[in-house]
Design a protein around this ligand. Structure first.
Ligand SMILES: NC(=O)c1ccc[n+]([C@@H]2O[C@H](COP(=O)([O-])OP(=O)(O)OC[C@H]3O[C@@H](n4cnc5c(N)ncnc54)[C@H](OP(=O)(O)O)[C@@H]3O)[C@@H](O)[C@H]2O)c1
Length: 289
């Protein structure tokens, strides 16, 4: 199978390229090679190559910057994906497009399913919702995969920032009243090929199992670092509150746990827990033993 990955320089896209290499015929495009804000150049670059599946892992993911650059957010997160979808339709290829838990408002107190209405509370979330709609409108075989709190070895994320802070400072805090679930890029790479051919749902939620606050997530990461012999100054992560984040420009959902019941019903498999995934990540990429 010929797989094209757009966003190949990002945290998720780079993991997908590496993990698919050798299993599929993979071509990755990073931002320099394919700019989603240049709609004509997307047509020129992708129009001439053949593929079976196009995975879009690119996006304008800087949530606060989207608030002050809404046109750019919609261009990259919605209009670019619409052009990808148009190209896929012409080639009868499937577009798998990544989206986010931030399409939800966070008002729910139980897991969000694929059937729940999106109601974004930020420009980032709005632009991602518009991208979902454009991808889904283009053809029935396209798939939107929503993930949350993505982490992995290809680009630092929250967990790496917390570990670095804990290495440098005795006191480290993280938010205790924002709840979702980390999703490991290597687990996304492992599960995604199940959806390359055959029937798929239109929208699919995928995250590691369970839920946590940022404080619990950071605390577990620090505990794992301790287990693998990485020396840290902070052993305990203190609690901060969402309302303390006065430097945030965009609103973020306080609760955005994605239900993976549909994934399990379709595949007969359950994602491993976020604790297993975090422990695996830290053992592989931070161990000093
Ligand atoms: N990170 C999370 O916690 C999270 C949570 C939920 C959903 N998601 C979704 O998961 C997907 C992957 O995110 P990620 O974590 O891998 O984020 P990421 O590391 O920021 O990757 C996004 C990639 O898109 C690229 N990009 C930005 N503007 C572009 C443009 N105009 N043309 C082409 N490429 C462009 C970036 O390029 P540069 O490298 O040059 O910046 C980057 O390589 C996205 O759809 C995101 O919305 C992420």
């Amino acid at each position: 199978m010929r797989i094209v990955i757009v966003g190949a320089g990002g945290r998720l896209g780079a993991a997908l390229v590496r993990e698919f290499d050798g299993k599929f015929e993979v071509t990755g495009f990073n931002r320099a090679q394919l700019d989603l804000s240049d709609l004509q150049s997307i047509r020129e670059k992708l129009g001439t190559i053949d593929f079976d599946v196009l995975v879009n892992a690119a996006g304008f993911t800087k949530v606060d910057l989207c608030e002050t650059q809404p046109d750019r957010a919609f261009l990259i997160n919605a209009e670019g994906p619409a052009v990808l979808a148009e190209i896929c339709r012409r080639k009868q290829a499937r577009l798998i497009h990544f989206s986010t838990d931030y399409v939800f408002d966070g008002e729910k107190t139980e897991q969000y399913t694929e059937e729940d209405n999106a109601n974004p509370i930020s420009i980032y979330g709005e632009s991602k919702q518009a991208g979902e709609n454009n991808v889904l409108a283009a053809q029935d075989q396209n798939l939107v995969v929503r993930v949350s709190w993505v982490f992995g070895p290809d680009r630092p994320s929250f967990i790496d920032t917390m570990i670095q802070q804990a290495q440098e400072n005795k006191k480290v805090d993280a938010i205790s009243d924002k709840i979702s679930t980390p999703t490991y890029t290597l687990d996304i790479a492992e599960m995604l090929p199940q959806f390359f051919i055959g029937d798929t749902p239109r929208v699919l939620h995928f995250a590691n199992a369970g839920q946590c606050s940022w404080q619990e997530y950071a605390q577990y990461a620090v505990d794992c670092c301790d287990d693998v012999g990485l020396s840290l100054k902070a052993k305990t992560i203190g609690a901060a509150k969402l309302r303390d984040m006065t430097n945030w420009v965009a609103r973020r959902p306080a609760y955005s746990v994605l239900s993976t019941a549909k994934y399990t019903a379709l595949t007969g498999r359950s994602p491993r827990t976020w604790r297993e995934a975090v422990s695996d990540y830290i053992t592989r990429f931070y161990s000093k033993k």
